[in-house]
Ligand binder design. Structure first.
Ligand SMILES: Nc1nc2c(c(=O)[nH]1)N[C@H]1C(S)=C(S)[C@@H](COP(=O)(O)O)O[C@H]1N2
Ligand SMILES: [Mo]
Length: 319
C-alpha cells in the first residue's frame, strides 16, 4: 500500500481524477497480481453510505483490458436522465436537487419473502463487486464504465420468487419537486423498465451503487440503478425505488411512449436498425470525432454469455 500511495503522489493533486487513482490501482493489481483492498482508494472516496466505505474486491467479469475506460468526466457529464431534462448536460446541472438519503428499495409482488431495505442494509446483505462493462446507447454512442454493484440475482434469491414470477418490473422515483424534468409530461412518470426473469437472474445483470470506486453520482442514477450490459442504455433504469416480480410482461415507459421504436427486449443488435437511425456502428464517448466509428457487436459483445437466452426467437420481431 505504501507503494501505491507513492505512485499517487507523483500526480499533482489538482490533476488527480478518479481514473488516475483507478488506473494506478488497476496497473498495480496487474503488475503484482494482487488484490488491493480498501485503504489506498478510500482516501479519495467520499461516500454517504457507510457500507460503501470499504472497497469491493476487484472482479473483471469480462476481459475489456484492451479498451480504454471512459473518463469520469464524460461518464458524469454526458447523460440521459429525462427526470432532469432531455439534453445530455441537464442531469449534471440538475440532479444535485435530488435527495437520496434516506432511500429505501422494496422488492415485492410474486415473492415468498418481500423485502424493504435501505441502501446500507442492501449492501450489507449482499457483497458488492466491481465490474467493467460497456454501456451502449440506442442513439449510437457507447462508454466503458467501471461499475460497483451487487448481482441482481443475489437479491432476487433472497425474496424467493414464486412460480407466478415470469418478469421483473423496475420503478424509478417520482418526485417532481426535486426531479424538475417531471414537471413536463413528455414521459409517463415514474420511469419504469422490465426484464424477463431469466434476464434478471443472469450473472451479468447488476444493481450498481458506484463507479470508479466512488458512490454513484446522482446523474448516473444514485443511489441505485440497474446495469444490463447487453441491452440498450434505456433498460438500465436509474433511481430505483421498487422491484416487482410479475406474471405478465411489463410495459416499459419507452414502449408506452413509442411502441414502434422501442420494444421489450432492446438487445444491442447491429442487424436491427432503429426506425430512424442505424444501429450497426457506434461512437465511443471521449474519442475524437474524427476517429472512425466502431462496429457494434451483437449483444454489445456479450454474445457468448447471453445468446442462449434468445435461442429460437426472431430478433427482428422481438426487438
Ligand atoms: N430513471 C431513468 N433511468 C434512465 C434514463 C432516464 O431517463 N430515467 N435514461 C436511460 C438511458 S436512455 C440511458 S442511455 C442510460 C444512461 O446512463 P448513464 O447516464 O449513467 O450513462 O440511463 C437510462 N436510465
Ligand atoms: Mo439511451
Amino acid at each position: 500500500l505504501e507503494f501505491t500511495m507513492t505512485t499517487f503522489k507523483k500526480i499533482p493533486s489538482s490533476e488527480i481524477t478518479p481514473e488516475h487513482i483507478y488506473n494506478d490501482r488497476r496497473n498495480f493489481i496487474k503488475n503484482l497480481g494482487l488484490i488491493l483492498s480498501s485503504t489506498a482508494l478510500s482516501t479519495f472516496t467520499n461516500t454517504g453510505f457507510t457500507a460503501l466505505n470499504t472497497l469491493p474486491s476487484f472482479i473483471q467479469s469480462k476481459d475489456l483490458s484492451n479498451e480504454k475506460l471512459t473518463s469520469f468526466k464524460d461518464i458524469t457529464s454526458y447523460n440521459n436522465y429525462y427526470e432532469f431534462g432531455t439534453s445530455k448536460s441537464d442531469p449534471q446541472d440538475h440532479a444535485h436537487l435530488l435527495k437520496i438519503d434516506p432511500w429505501s428499495i422494496s422488492i415485492e409482488g410474486s415473492v415468498a419473502k418481500p423485502l424493504k431495505l435501505d441502501i446500507d442494509e442492501l449492501i450489507k446483505l449482499i457483497p458488492i463487486e466491481e465490474r467493467i462493462y460497456r454501456l451502449r446507447c440506442v442513439e449510437g454512442w457507447s462508454m466503458v464504465i467501471p461499475w460497483i454493484g451487487i448481482p441482481l440475482n443475489s437479491l432476487l434469491k433472497k425474496v424467493t420468487p414464486t412460480g407466478n414470477a415470469k418478469y421483473v418490473e423496475f420503478v424509478s422515483l417520482k418526485r417532481p419537486s426535486e426531479m424538475i424534468g417531471q414537471k413536463d409530461d413528455m414521459l409517463d412518470w415514474p420511469y419504469t423498465e422490465g426484464l424477463r426473469l431469466d434476464e434478471a437472474m443472469h450473472p451479468l445483470t447488476i444493481l450498481a451503487v458506484g463507479l470508479y470506486g466512488k458512490v454513484l453520482p446522482k446523474q448516473n442514477g444514485a443511489p441505485i440503478r440497474l446495469v444490463v450490459p447487453w441491452k440498450y442504455g434505456f433498460k438500465s433504469i436509474k433511481a430505483i425505488t421498487k422491484i416487482r416480480l410479475v406474471e405478465k410482461m411489463p410495459i416499459s415507459t419507452w414502449m408506452k411512449a413509442n411502441p414502434k421504436e422501442y420494444g421489450f427486449y432492446s438487445n444491442v443488435n447491429p442487424e436491427v436498425d432503429h426506425p430512424r437511425w442505424t444501429q450497426a456502428t457506434e461512437r465511443r464517448i471521449g474519442e475524437s470525432l474524427l476517429s472512425p466509428r466502431l462496429k457494434t457487436q451483437m449483444f454489445n459483445g456479450y454474445k457468448e454469455e447471453v445468446a442462449h437466452l434468445y435461442q429460437g426467437m426472431d430478433l427482428n420481431k422481438n426487438f
